[in-house]
Design a protein around this ligand. Sequence first.
Ligand SMILES: Nc1ncnc2c1ncn2[C@@H]1O[C@H](COP(=O)(O)OP(=O)(O)OP(=O)(O)O)[C@@H](O)[C@H]1O
Ligand SMILES: Nc1ncnc2c1ncn2[C@@H]1O[C@H](COP(=O)(O)OP(=O)(O)OP(=O)(O)O)[C@@H](O)[C@H]1O
Ligand SMILES: [Mg+2]
Ligand SMILES: [Mg+2]
Lengths: 221, 221
Amino acid sequence: MIKLKNIDKVYRTDKIETLALKEIDLEVKKNEFLSIMGPSGCGKSTLLNIMGLLDQPSKGEIYIDAEQVMTFKDKKLAKLRNKKIGFIFQSFHLINDLSVVDNVEIPLLYRKMSGSERRRRALAALEKVGLNTRTKHFPNQLSGGQRQRVAIARAIVGEPEIILADEPTGNLDSNMGQEIIDILHNLHKNENTTIVMVTHDEHIAKQTERIIRLFDGAMVN
Amino acid sequence: MIKLKNIDKVYRTDKIETLALKEIDLEVKKNEFLSIMGPSGCGKSTLLNIMGLLDQPSKGEIYIDAEQVMTFKDKKLAKLRNKKIGFIFQSFHLINDLSVVDNVEIPLLYRKMSGSERRRRALAALEKVGLNTRTKHFPNQLSGGQRQRVAIARAIVGEPEIILADEPTGNLDSNMGQEIIDILHNLHKNENTTIVMVTHDEHIAKQTERIIRLFDGAMVN
Ligand SMILES: Nc1ncnc2c1ncn2[C@@H]1O[C@H](COP(=O)(O)OP(=O)(O)OP(=O)(O)O)[C@@H](O)[C@H]1O
Ligand SMILES: Nc1ncnc2c1ncn2[C@@H]1O[C@H](COP(=O)(O)OP(=O)(O)OP(=O)(O)O)[C@@H](O)[C@H]1O
Ligand SMILES: [Mg+2]
Ligand SMILES: [Mg+2]
């Protein structure tokens, strides 16, 4: 489903060059539920962003569903992303000027769907994450864990084939965190969703099918 | 050190009134290390913001170091905050236009101190949290956990009497998270710092002296 071949990623600031990813070879099978773990700063978000076509590698090849995407123009990449990938960002990236329900509807704007059908599905996704009493709030009127859950609802509302989740439970208590993981497991089992999840929580990672570990930009074992 | 008497906090949006805190009575002794736990949305950040004089309660009294602060004007509150309180925000609140080291120097701008002494102390705080190779980076060039550590360095750099930490390890792997907790324990032991920490991690909370639990805005047990 997702294939990365010999991926490097270099970041340059004024003073420092960081080799954030080194020779990453990774294949994520269709309908696999994979966890990625590793210390703070070791390259997990960078790897997920590259898988999600949000960032370009400095070197290497990427295949999404067997399509070679390195040659795609921006417009074609965006279309593929919107069609196939739901992304839960580590820092949520909610739109502050839009209400919670409007935020969650955004992925559905790319589809042929009536406004009332969009609203129905957005509210259903918000119900799943326990936020049906906060639909008209704005992001700055929510707790940290509530914002995280809006980001999760937005990623699942379109029932995408691939979900990339960057530390989806970091701001949640253990009960709510487990509820979120159960939602992901249900999508994995019932909708055949392919899921790649970055997490710092061993307990959560152990509930997935495979754990890969990064250290200093490289895969270990 | 911090005394809250019969604190209520009501938030009003267009449609919904939320009683975020209900009749909170809490005394934090000098040099105590207290944890606050509870489900997502139950009022922990609201409670910490009120303790940190960043938000006003709708009802009730607050005493910091025996001074009744409800009558203070904004300027006096800000002076007390800068003098006595270091705050680690759940969403970090770093300044994107300033480098990492400039962000960490900010609490020291309120003191009589040379520029070189400010820089020396900021770099020492960044060394403690493992970020000495990132001092010239900007916040948007950092990983999530690195941003969290900049927020921590900024809160401890002025060696304040009170540290209020809102989920300080949410974006950190367990090793780095424990390093941060060790830093807080050292400040508690060696500098007699009073620390109130919100956390979702039972393992971390058990290492502190007392755990209070919130549910739906009220203290339980
Ligand atoms: N500015 C605001 N306007 C309206 N409601 C608000 C506002 N800020 C917070 N709330 C509501 O008050 C309640 C408590 O929020 P708070 O941020 O204290 O929760 P929390 O315990 O820190 O949660 P988390 O663990 O998710 O960070 C939440 O239900 C939230 O929706
Ligand atoms: N835009 C950027 N410019 C320069 N360096 C960057 C940039 N983005 C990330 N980095 C660096 O690349 C490294 C990897 O970052 P990344 O965000 O992938 O880490 P991570 O494993 O997700 O960490 P965390 O667990 O803290 O979220 C970090 O050391 C970071 O400082
Ligand atoms: Mg990250
Ligand atoms: Mg909070």
